[in-house]
Each structure stands twice: as C-alpha cells, then as structure tokens.
Design a protein around this ligand. Sequence first.
Ligand code: F6R
Length: 300
Amino acid sequence: MLDDYMNWERYILKTPADLPDRYNYGGRVYEISQAERLYVAGMGGSGVIGDLIRDLSMVRDWPFEVIVVKDYFFKGKSGLMIAVSYSGNTAETLTAARLALERGIPVIGITTGGKLAEMGVPIVKIPKASAPRAALPQMFTAALWILRRIYGVAFDLPEVLPYDQKLAERLERALSARPTVVAPSSMQGIAYRVKNEANENAKIDPSVEILPEAHHNWIEGARGPIVALTSPDIPPEHKLRVELTLQLIPGELFDVSMTVSGILTFLKHVGIATVRIAESRNVDPLKTPRIEELKRRLPQ
Ligand code: F6R
C-alpha cells in the first residue's frame, strides 16, 4: 500500500476521456451536454472524488454547480451525473445512478468493473490499486478528463508528486493525536479525505469541522488539538476564518495548493502518514474488515 502512495503519479490518467455525445439506455436517448448541475455520486474512497471536484469548482469558479450524492436516495430532476465506484458494486452508488437514469439524467461511470461497468452507460475504466482509496489519482483524473471533455475546464496534470519527508512526519505526529480536522468549505473534500484515511488506514477516529459553520457552534466546545487546512487559492473570507480558529484553539496549520498537483501531493503524504501510524499501532493499513462485513450483511 505504501508503494501505491509512493508511486501515485504512475496512476494519473494522461489521456482525454472518450465519451459519446449521446447514448441509448432502456430505449431512451441520453444527451451528454453542458448541464448546469453536476451530480457526483459515490461512497467512501470513491465518494471523495465528488468532494474534491466540488472544492475545485468553488476555488476555480467552474461554470456548473456540483452536488455530491452519498446515499441511495436521489431527488435531482435535471443535470448530469458522474457515478464513481472503484468496485462498481456499491449499492448506494448503483441505486442513485439508476434513479438518475429513470429521471432522464445522463450517467457516466468511473470504475474498474463490476455492475456499474455492465449497466450500459458510458464508462471510464480505471486501473486497479491495492484498495479503492489508493486509486484516488486515477479516479480523480478520470473525473477531470470527463469535465474537460464536456465543459472544457482547464486543470494541471502533474508529472511528479514530490515526496517531502518532513511533511509526512508532521502529518504523522499531528494525526496520531486524533485531532479535529478544521477546513473551510472550499477545502471540505481535503478535510474529509484526511479523516477517512486516518479511519481506514490507521484505524483511528479524528473528526472534521467545516468553516464558517463551525464558528457558530463547535468552537464553543472545542479543546483541540486541531489540524487546520488553508490554501493560497481559497477566498480571503475562508483564509481569515482558519487564522482566527488557530488564535483560539491549539493546533497545526497545513497549507495545500488547490491545484490537481497540490491536492494529490498533499493527499499522498496523508496516505503515507496514516500507513505509518497503522504500522506503529500494529494494525494492517490495507484491511478494512468492518467495511467488508457491513457490505456482506446488506442484501445483495
Ligand atoms: C476505500 C474503501 C471504501 C470504499 C467504499 C465504496 O479504500 O475501501 O471507502 O471506497 O466502501 O466502495 P467502492 O469504492 O468500491 O464504490
């Protein structure tokens, strides 16, 4: 798993998504065009793609609204959906995709295979990794290529994600303390990914608080320590909120460039740090037995 994170750049997709302009599904024609509303459905390691696309759309002012769907239930009436499932078999994602199609909303899948690949909607097939969460570079860049093809959005495509041992060690120390990860809403996806990696790799349970909302409640109960996230690319209102939080609650600040390169480089270090925490706690970073057990106990 450490090997996956260390070599993440290998999984970055370098070629544009090959998508039709329209497709048939169940006797109906679905047009792939520039919808004002983009739904990104997915759970866990796949679901974070929607969060990151939402962050980028806010910071980069992309011309569509991103709605993240992390449930079976989906009430959208118009738009476009990207359904992300590493395995292609996640019940919530498949159900949301079917509901979208029933409402005439075109769905594009990102997956390694499974039921999603067989559904009959256009798919971007991604290479496998040691676990869904380790496949972030290919899922994330697959989604970005889809957005370039449909909306013409621009994004950077890193050649290398340089390793910084000091950053990995700082993250390992800070996350070992099971902090509250505090981020502005323009970095919500990064914050949840940090928490999820600590949960799944290190088997510890830090929490997440999102600003500015957390300044209206959590701040009164907070004791710290916090891991605060900021970026040169976020709105000044958000930067100020992060600074003010650190004036009141003890913790550490991490600066993330909100580019594809900056996001992947930071999250690579989060992956490495959480694998190291797992090793120091003597737990297997790769195995997620409770997640698997829950999936087994659900109706297939
Ligand atoms: C991450 C992980 C889970 C899955 C989630 C959804 O490594 O194992 O968070 O990503 O259970 O499954 P998929 O990604 O297959 O749709």
